[in-house]
Design a protein around this ligand. Structure first.
Ligand SMILES: Nc1ncnc2c1ncn2[C@@H]1O[C@H](COP(=O)(O)OP(=O)(O)O)[C@@H](O)[C@H]1O
Length: 286
């Protein structure tokens, strides 16, 4: 009985957030007007449930590993991992009316408009609602101050994890990224070995190679070329870096510098979050 009551509350909450996000777009709250930002806290629809799952955000430059760690935490905590980049790619691979417009924007390394992103996110939350999802780990959203204001206006984010990695590794990681066209598995063929100098620590990241049955089916994202990645990094610094400050000022930002690849970073990230992964515990005890 307790379980089903909890599930009903969660469904209500998800529905509330979906409606709140949608209404922030359609309620005449003109997103371009500064009045909207000044009064975002007083939006009529605001989700304030007493009983809900975690609501976390992952920030960080392209190639830092947001998807990898957000997806691991999503499995561990049993909350959906919602990556707006994935939502954009799904839409541009569809035959929908936005497909060609999105393809052009993404392949130039630019950001999709806040309106389109919030529409895609609202739809994703609505679909989750139908499945009884509660809580989320957002990856790649918010990416502008405007998106952060809108999100802050409709719900309380518990924690924002800002992943950091030495600048030299970011480009190599994006260029080494591979996806299995059949199973969707994510791999990385880059072997990163940065020598420590001038007091800066060195860092080694082993490649994450695919199993033999995926090896011949690997593809690259069309926006993972050197020119486009450099532009995405520039756009991140200009548009998304201020979002870090936005959450820092609100006391929600947890800065985490990745010390290396997954084997070194995952246990340390869990420690920083005060979480335990039974699999990590088992292998440490073995
Ligand atoms: N919140 C967002 N706002 C605007 N555009 C977005 C957002 N999320 C994703 N996109 C678009 O999708 C592309 C891919 O996003 P993502 O997979 O998160 O890439 P990255 O590796 O750069 O973090 C971005 O370059 C951008 O064009």
């Amino acid at each position: 009985m307790a379980v089903s009551l909890r599930a009903i509350r969660n469904i209500r909450f998800s529905s509330f957030l979906y409606r709140a996000l949608s209404s922030s777009l359609s309620s005449g709250a003109d997103l371009k007007s500064s009045a909207f930002f000044g009064h975002s806290k007083s939006l009529p629809l605001r989700a304030e449930p007493k009983d809900r799952n975690v609501q976390w955000v992952f920030l960080g430059c392209p190639g830092v590993g947001k998807g990898t760690y957000a997806s691991r935490l999503s499995n561990l905590l049993g909350v959906p991992h919602i990556a707006t980049g994935d939502l954009v790619r799904e839409e541009l691979n569809s035959s929908g009316p936005l497909a060609s417009q999105l393809e052009e924007v993404v392949n130039q390394g630019q950001l999709v408009s806040d309106e389109i992103i919030i529409n895609l996110l609202s739809k994703r939350l609505e679909a989750g609602e139908a499945k009884g999802e509660s809580g989320f780990i957002l990856d790649g959203f918010p990416r502008t101050i405007r998106q952060a204001e809108i999100l802050e206006g409709v719900t309380d984010i518990d924690l924002v994890v800002n992943l950091k990695l030495q600048e030299e590794a970011l480009l190599a990681k994006c260029l080494g990224r591979r996806i299995c066209s059949e199973c969707g598995g994510n791999y990385n063929v880059a072997s990163i070995d940065i020598k420590g100098e001038n007091g800066k620590p060195g860092m080694y990241m082993a490649p994450l190679l695919p199993p033999p049955h995926c090896a011949s089916k690997l593809i690259q994202r069309s926006d993972d070329t050197e020119e486009v990645v450099k532009e995405r990094l520039r756009v991140y610094n200009e548009m998304s870096r201020p979002v870090e400050e936005f959450y820092r000022q609100r006391g929600k930002l947890l800065e985490f510098t990745l010390p290396g690849g997954i084997p070194e970073s995952w246990p340390k990230l869990l420690q920083a979050l005060n979480l335990e992964d039974p699999e990590v515990k088992q292998s440490a005890a073995a």
